[in-house]
Write a protein that binds this ligand. Structure first.
Ligand code: SF4
Ligand code: SF4
Length: 360
């Protein structure tokens, strides 16, 4: 029997949901959504589950990840219940449930938590720089090692266990079996969705705004390529003209695209950008700052003036540390990871030989 949480309506509001209680269950939102299908029916079902407090049904559902927040349902809702926004809030709630540390939920629910975490990182980096007394080449060296070890540590100790938890909720709790063949056959879905967000192209709104899709696509490619260039090709220390040029191009892609995202959010011209949770702002602004500060640091190295402008590198290091220690493991960045895995898990549980119970 499904477990009911009578406080769930109150809880989900803390994740950014607001007007959903006006819903009178007409079904227009589900009818209008071009991404809903026989296997994944939303957003009305999610609103009903939320109103009824069916927390365990929501926790084990993959449906919230099938929504790309185009806003069509919210625009057409006769009660202004903003179902698109509820789907977004449910995704934040799900992330807090996947995260074994509990920090994602804490930060999503409290802006003050984010600010305190950012301040702790600033004090940490400045403190080390004041006490350290390293010369600038040593700082570049330690910055590179920080990037490598923080990525490895966060994946090993936070994101990987969280994905296992997500798998447990979505796959195991429904199928009660580990079908290796299905897991292997569906693997392609993971990488296709991770790099292309292919499913969003099935959305009518996205079809009319392919620039948005393209910007996301090159942002993912640019971000992963810059990560590879800085971590594995040691961009700030390289003597290779090709690697150096690659770093400039990838960092420029990041700050140009994220600048456009910030402008879109400020203008609020579409339903998708009409409401921005603090975590949305942190994601786009910090990614912008990462791209532009990395570009500036490498430019100063090439001009031979980094030593006289060392604050630029320290600024980059602060932004990098806040990004790596706060936004990647506990913030909006995780949407990229969990959505890709959700597509993968959905492909597994929707295989014909999965347990009949998983069929909706
Ligand atoms: S959210 Fe709006 S469109 Fe969807 S079922 Fe409720 S009232 Fe109807
Ligand atoms: S925001 Fe778009 S994709 Fe999400 S449920 Fe509404 S119509 Fe569907």
């Amino acid at each position: 029997m499904a477990k009911v949480n009578p406080d769930f309506v109150k809880d989900i509001r803390k994740y950014g949901a607001d007007d959903f209680s006006a819903c009178f269950s007409c079904g227009t939102c589900t009818a209008i959504c071009s991404l809903t299908d026989k296997d994944n029916s939303f957003p009305r079902k999610m609103i009903r589950y939320t109103m009824l407090g069916l927390e365990s049904e929501i926790k084990t559902s993959v449906d919230p990840w099938m929504c790309y927040y185009c806003g069509d349902c919210s625009t057409n809702c006769p009660r202004q219940a903003d179902p698109g926004n509820l789907m977004m809030a449910v995704r934040r709630y799900l992330i807090s449930k996947y995260d074994w540390t509990g920090l994602s939920g804490l930060l999503y629910r409290n802006l003050a938590g984010y600010i305190i975490a950012f301040l702790i990182v600033i004090v940490g980096v400045i403190g080390v720089s004041v006490k350290g007394g390293f010369d600038h080449s040593e700082w570049l060296h330690y910055g590179h090692y920080f990037e490598m070890y923080s990525i490895a540590g966060i994946f090993a100790f936070i994101l990987f266990p969280n994905i296992i938890r997500m798998w447990y909720y979505i796959v195991w709790s429904k199928t009660k079996k580990f079908n290796i063949r299905n897991h292997f056959v569906a693997l392609g879905e993971l990488f296709v969705h991770m790099f292309t967000q292919k499913r969003s192209l099935e959305c009518d709104k996205t079809k009319n705004d392919t620039l948005w899709w393209f910007e996301h696509f090159i942002l993912v490619i640019g971000y992963l390529a810059l990560l590879f260039t800085t971590v594995f090709l040691d961009w700030f220390a390289t003597k290779s003209t090709v690697i150096n040029a690659m770093g400039y191009v990838f960092s420029a892609i990041i700050f140009v695209v994220t600048f456009d995202f910030v402008i879109r959010r400020l203008r609020k011209r579409s339903e998708k950008t009409s409401f921005s949770h603090p975590s949305d702002w942190f994601f786009v602004i910090w990614l912008f700052l990462m791209g532009i500060s990395a570009f500036a640091v490498r430019l100063l190295i090439d001009l031979g003036t980094l030593e006289n402008n060392f604050w630029v590198f320290l600024f980059h290091l602060v932004v990098l540390a806040q990004w790596a220690l706060i936004i990647v493991p506990f913030g909006k960045w995780t949407h990229f990871l969990y959505r890709s895995f959700a597509m993968y898990f959905a492909a597994i549980i929707n295989k014909p030989d999965a347990e009949p119970a998983v069929k909706k």
